[in-house]
Design a protein around this ligand. Structure first.
Ligand code: PLP
Length: 417
């Protein structure tokens, strides 16, 4: 029933030629980059449109997604969780079952194929928690490419297992000391290095943000998520979902799920990290609490202080701890196509435990934000309705954080409670 033919390769709702997503007179996206980056970005744009029109590119991409990544990922009817929550039927799109444990590899496979097509033998990438770094180092190993990963020194300290994974995979992990030594600083450094090395180096950007064509390209590589989920829901439930829910860091898993559902009569919900609470000032809710501005080469919502400095963010999940958001989600929100929701650290931790106990699935803390909001929404709906939640990743990487938050350790009695 599910085969490669289900993937619709048309580019729908494309931005304009300058990479702008329009909303109420505002042009989100674009390409706000140093003069020296304009040409390499144009070359990527050209190569991307060439590749996207080439059936051989898709044949190889879809073959790798099937046999290397393990797609199509299942759509799982979470009956036990549904019964517990009471309300709409909850369906989970199982991106946690992808190779490397999250959706990110859909994008790194696509961009690595593009890099090879452009004749580049070296790739670089930024990473925060290390998930995009691992997904990049993984495909670099498989394609036999040299790989440098830029990572804030603070993140290197916090994410030791992922640093070790990247090194095992053959990548160089380069510490970034500027700013707060976290993700936004790693992006700045990777962009700076890329300017000087773009002759032989391709920059694999990790989310649906950054300068054009990255928001469009990353979206296209992730639309497999929503296209599969749409067909699977029709096949398994006999109808489309009423609501689709995804968490938002930079916005790649959200746009991947939601974009292919845009032309249907479905409520599209983006869930941001509310950290200690939206009113606490310690969160990562760029859409809910930010304002339009320029970050990492494009115009979108971002969190800034009164002086226009990018604000520090907080979330229990490193993958959502980013002060910006992709321009297309910003435009969809402005245009009224996107509903905003949020979940606090505490909500996410509760949802993490609830799914684990009810279904035997340990979700990533990022995905737990989508779950928390999705369960809340489902509770207010009817049993003949469907809430589709994107389970963007698995929670193995988060066990240490959860153990600390719950005040547990492996050798206490508390686990029997
Ligand atoms: C990186 C990550 C996210 C957030 O990134 P998006 O680009 O917003 O999707 C969400 N979930 C998981 C599991 C991740 O690894």
């Amino acid at each position: 029933m599910l085969n490669d033919l289900m993937y619709d390769l048309d580019i729908k709702h494309a931005p304009d030629a300058g990479g702008h997503f329009k909303a109420n007179g505002t042009l989100f996206g674009g390409r706000f980059a140093a003069e020296t980056l304009m040409q390499p970005l144009q070359e990527i744009e050209q190569a991307f449109f060439d590749a996207w029109a080439d059936p051989k590119f898709h044949a190889e991409r879809l073959d790798l997604l099937k046999h290397y990544v393990g797609r199509a990922t299942p759509l799982y009817h979470a009956k036990h969780l549904t019964a517990e929550v009471g309300g709409a039927q909850i369906y989970l799109k199982r991106e946690d079952l992808n190779h490397t444990g999250a959706h990110k590899v859909n994008n790194t496979i696509g961009q690595a194929l593009l890099a090879r097509r452009m004749g580049k033998n070296k790739v670089i990438a930024e990473t925060g928690a290390g998930q995009h770094g691992v997904a990049t180092a993984t495909v670099a190993a498989m394609f036999n490419m040299q790989c440098d990963i830029y990572m804030g020194r603070e993140d290197i300290r916090r994410q030791a297992p992922n640093v070790f994974r990247m090194k095992l995979l053959g990548a160089n992990v380069i510490a970034v000391d500027s700013g707060t030594a976290t993700l936004k600083d790693a992006v700045n450094e990777a962009l700076r290095v890329w300017v000087a090395s773009c002759e032989d180096t391709y920059y694999i950007f990790g989310t649906a943000a950054g300068p054009h064509p990255f928001p469009l390209m990353v979206r296209q590589f992730h639309t497999v998520i929503g296209q599969e989920a749409r067909a699977q829901c029709l096949a398994q439930a006999g109808k489309l979902p009423d609501v689709a829910v995804a968490c938002v860091g930079g916005g790649s898993n959200a746009i991947g799920l939601l974009h292919p559902l845009r032309d249907d009569d479905i409520r599209l919900v983006a869930v941001e990290a509310a950290g200690y609470g939206l009113e606490s000032g310690e969160h990562a809710a760029a859409l809910a609490k930010g304002s339009p501005g320029i970050i990492h080469g494009s115009l979108s919502y971002l969190l800034e202080d009164d002086e226009g400095q990018v604000q520090g963010t907080h979330s229990i999940s490193a993958g959502l701890d980013y002060p910006g958001v992709g321009p297309e989600l910003a435009a969809m929100m402005e245009n009224g196509h996107l509903e905003l929701d949020s979940a606090t650290d505490r909500d996410a931790l509760d949802a993490f435990q609830r799914l684990t106990k009810a279904e035997g699935i340990i979700p990533a803390l990022e995905s737990s934000h989508a779950l928390a909001a999705g369960m809340r929404i489902a509770a207010g709906m009817m049993p003949d309705q469907i809430v589709l939640i994107n389970l963007s990743g698995r929670g193995d990487k988060d066990l240490g954080t959860v153990m600390d938050m719950l005040g547990l350790s492996c050798d206490t009695q508390e686990f029997s409670a």
